[in-house]
Design a protein around this ligand. Structure first.
Ligand SMILES: Cc1ncc(COP(=O)(O)O)c(C=O)c1O
Length: 368
């Protein structure tokens, strides 16, 4: 079976560098929040924008909660976000004590639409949390206009878009804060859990550094209630190696996407949208097709590990149904979930595997 993602192949691609980095950490005797984390934070910030600050944390869900908490947001504060995202986005919002509110998505970009965001704003709205989904940046210029006009914060969920750009600027540098997951399957993934936050201001970065470790100040006095959300040295060392190769890995992903795009352009499927002014991180290659279930069955019986990456939108999960504002009217999101199908996508996917995936998809359509 050709798997749809493959973190082990990413380890093998940089094995000697990673093995050496791990050994150095073990020999150093310093395992949590040490020199590797500091170096990763500096390198990640300068990869995105040298004026920003990065803070390593334990995972992407905590990153979201820490962003909200550092802004003083909590009980009673509403955060507008899409239901078309990982459950983690909403779990992070609730972990901070805030209330998520769902907005609908655009059928082309599959990201939250500014129009739907405006419809959801009320007197309790404090922030907008766009999710750049599958590597595709959301409409940040318009969302920023809304945020400015309504005096709201923007916190970007960049867990699926490390390295994506809009007009030459990296995603994660548009909002006041941005949360990234470094889960193993992500474009910048470790060999365990990890996350990182980008902050425009030093003040917020310092707040988050304190919150990630029990709300401590420099004297280890808890000056506010905090979390334990530390990034460990081993993951930071591995992420430093992966970061060096991230742009090249993303380029390889886009090359695979180019081959898919070309091969499927005449088929009755909707393909990922890649506008000229954006650099797509191509985290996942997701198509939409009317007979999705039949195509999925055909691909799997041909050893192609296609999948429904998200079988349900967040508002369709038992834990969230009928209790989140906005969840009762998301027609574009619901339509998308009836049709979406994810094809294998990772930088080490071989040419032969891509050939096989393409021919399996094309064979099914020509048999219809
Ligand atoms: C869009 C999105 N947000 C947040 C997260 C949370 O990340 P983590 O699994 O590291 O907590 C993920 C990862 O699954 C994600 O894809």
């Amino acid at each position: 079976m050709i798997s749809f993602g493959n973190p082990y192949s990413s380890y093998k691609a940089y094995k000697s560098e990673i093995d050496q980095a791990i050994q150095l950490v073990i020999n150093s005797g310093s395992y949590i929040l040490g020199k590797e984390v500091e170096a990763f934070e500096q390198e990640f910030a300068s990869f995105n924008n040298e004026n920003f600050h990065a803070i390593g944390v334990a995972n992407g869900t905590d990153a979201i909660a820490l962003c909200l908490r550092s802004l003083g947001l909590g009980f009673g504060d509403e955060i507008i976000t899409p239901s078309h995202t990982a459950v983690a986005t909403v779990a992070g919002i609730e972990q901070a004590g805030c209330s998520p509110v769902f907005a609908d998505i655009d059928p082309v970009s599959r990201c939250m639409t500014p129009k739907s965001v405006i419809q959801r704003i009320n007197s309790k709205t404090r922030a907008i949390m766009p999710v750049h989904i599958y590597g595709q940046p959301a409409d940040m210029p318009k969302l920023l206009e809304i945020a400015q006009d309504k005096n709201l914060e923007i916190i970007e969920d960049c867990s699926q878009t490390h390295g994506a750009e809009i007009n030459g600027s990296k995603v994660g540098t548009f909002g006041i804060l941005a949360a990234f997951s470094c889960y193993p399957t992500k474009n910048l993934g470790g060999t365990g859990d990890g996350g990182v936050i980008l902050s425009e201001t030093l003040e917020l970065a310092e707040q988050i550094k304190s919150l990630r470790q029990y709300g401590w100040n420099n004297q280890r006095e808890s000056v506010k209630p905090g979390f334990n959300s530390r990034l460990d040295e081993m993951q930071a060392a591995i992420l430093r190696v992966k970061l060096k190769h991230l742009s090249e890995d993303n380029r390889k992903r886009r090359e695979i996407a180019d081959r898919y795009d070309e091969a499927f352009s005449s088929l009755p499927v909707t393909l990922p949208h890649r506008p000229q002014n954006q650099l797509h991180a191509m985290h996942l290659y997701v198509i939409e097709c009317d007979q999705r279930d039949e195509l999925l069955k055909h691909l799997r019986s041909n050893q192609v590990g296609a999948s429904l990456h998200y079988p349900l939108a967040v508002h369709q999960h038992v834990a969230y149904s009928e209790r989140i504002r906005g969840g009762d009217y998301l027609p574009v999101t619901e339509n998308f979930y009836q049709k979406n199908l994810t094809l294998p996508m990772f930088p080490e996917l071989s040419d032969e595997a891509v050939d096989k995936i393409i021919s399996s998809v094309r064979t099914w359509f020509s048999s219809q």
